[in-house]
Design a protein around this ligand. Structure first.
Ligand SMILES: Nc1ncnc2c1ncn2[C@@H]1O[C@H](COP(=O)(O)OP(=O)(O)OP(=O)(O)O)[C@@H](O)[C@H]1O
Ligand SMILES: Nc1nc2c(c(=O)[nH]1)N=C(CO)CN2
Length: 432
């Protein structure tokens, strides 16, 4: 909380986000529990604080990279005067959902005031104030004004991508040249790979003929723009479940328990199905300050979430386990990296696929090779995972792999940090 009682929102690196504040948006609305409130209406007032990174907009002096406060005011007023509901809590959720529908917004504070509420004692104001972000999503759908619905959605997403992204267009999907109109949400067709993004060979052990990632087809009749910045396809849900590889690590607190709970959390995440979990590796820390050993594991899963929704889900699990970001590669209660998302290769500000350092990390490659001996890592520096593990610079730092760690406490993993004397294997551990 800051001095004014508002909550500061942080970016994924733990830094305070910028804010756009809009206060005193006023409209006549018909919300309320009582019949006379529904009939006569009354004044509702909203204050909104939008948390986002405004640097890109400022650097380019371009409204397309931030939230237009004029549109924001209209959207909020449309919710206030829109479809009546009983509770101002619901009104606040609707406003939050509508604001968060913009891809540039990371979090939002909403306060809804009802200064003339039917309260039978003298009072100044009654306010419901909420904070919502991408890990605590609003309990409402974004609001779309009825009249505007056909012509233009009120909550039009703002393009956020920094790199094009490979998409296999559906057979017969229309592709128009760069001069075509830019829709709010469209896909970049294959054949227009940028330097940063290229098609990858099959992921998992499927090799080149393995599963490929098919994202949503371009709806018939919808235009596609080549080369322009468009809504990022990393936000698009796949048509079919996609195989993903997640690397988990922990070296603060009860690391074995945390990793086991994190696997359970992943398995409970809607849209994620855990298929297999590797042995637990005890590894010496790579990079960063001097710190205790890590416990590492690799989870094979399938997902129907978009790449970025999966990132949000894994970050929410990290946060739920007390993840704090102080210094690069510093000690942590829990880290979950997305090593692979199907055959997708992408480089954007917030998500890189495959994980850019997976190919050189024995603490990822060894447990991965244990659970999937035929696995192939696509992309730059990629190759058979077992071979990469054998030559990775930190290979000697992998001390042991414990097989039954999900169901059995590993006696060698003791104390708060999970640290054990160097080289000491657990009872059902394999020396590496
Ligand atoms: N494939 C990926 N998986 C997870 N995070 C990613 C990925 N690609 C990019 N990121 C971004 O990396 C940022 C930093 O993540 P994190 O703090 O976990 O890094 P780290 O674990 O300290 O370092 P490293 O990325 O080397 O493992 C995240 O906020 C996320 O947006
Ligand atoms: N052994 C080990 N070293 C690390 C790890 C990790 O999980 N295990 N994670 C890091 C940043 O993600 C940096 N260094």
């Amino acid at each position: 909380m800051n001095d004014e009682g508002r909550q500061d929102a942080l970016d994924t690196s733990g830094r305070r986000l910028d804010q756009i504040r809009l206060t005193g948006i006023t409209a006549l609305g018909y919300h309320g529990v009582f019949e006379h409130e529904r009939r006569e209406g009354q004044t509702f007032v909203a204050d909104v604080v939008v948390h986002l990174d405004t640097r890109r907009a400022a650097a380019r002096d371009d409204l397309a990279h931030t939230l237009n406060y004029g549109e924001l005011a209209e959207q909020v007023a449309a919710v206030l005067s829109g479809e009546p509901v009983e509770l101002i809590e619901t009104v606040a959720e609707r406003i939050a959902a509508t604001v968060l529908a913009s891809g540039v917004v990371q979090a939002v504070d909403v306060a809804v005031h009802k200064p003339n509420a039917p309260i039978q004692v003298p009072f100044g104001d009654v306010v419901v104030a909420i904070h919502r972000d991408r890990s605590k999503l609003p309990a409402a759908e974004p609001y779309v004004a009825r009249v505007a619905q056909e012509a233009q959605p009120v909550s039009r997403p703002v393009p956020t991508s920094t790199a094009t992204f490979p998409v296999t267009p559906a057979p017969g999907a229309p592709v128009v040249p760069a001069s075509g109109p830019a829709p709010a949400a469209s896909l970049v067709p294959s054949g227009a790979w940028s330097d940063a993004v290229a098609p990858a060979p099959g992921a998992f052990s499927g090799g080149p003929d393995g599963p490929s990632t098919e994202l949503e087809p371009v709806p018939a009749g919808e235009a596609v723009v080549v080369g322009e910045l468009v809504t990022d396809s990393l936000d698009q849900e796949p048509q079919e479940p996609v195989e993903v590889v997640l690397a988990l690590g922990a070296n603060l607190g009860p690391a074995q328990d945390t990793l086991r709970d994190a696997v359970t959390d992943l398995a409970r995440t809607p849209g994620v199905e855990v298929r297999d979990v590797s042995a637990l590796a005890r590894t010496s820390a790579v990079g960063g300050p001097e710190q205790s050993d890590y416990l590492n594991t690799v989870v094979l899963a399938t997902t129907t979430l978009s790449p970025r929704a999966l990132l949000r889900a894994t970050q929410a699990i990290e946060n739920a386990h007390g993840r704090e970001r102080h210094e690069r590669w510093g000690p942590r209660t829990l880290d979950i990296d997305i090593v692979l998302y199907g055959s997708v290769l992408a480089v954007t500000d917030d998500l890189e696929l495959p994980h850019p350092r997976a190919h050189e990390r024995a603490f990822v490659l060894q447990p991965w090779a244990q659970v999937d001996p035929d696995a192939i890592l696509p992309g730059l520096g990629g190759g058979p995972v077992g071979a990469l593990a054998a030559t990775a610079p930190d290979r000697d730092g992998v001390r042991w792999l414990a097989l039954d760690w999900l169901t059995t406490a590993i006696p060698a993993v003791s104390g708060d940090t999970g640290a054990v004397p160097a080289g000491q294997p657990g009872p059902e551990a394999q020396d590496t």
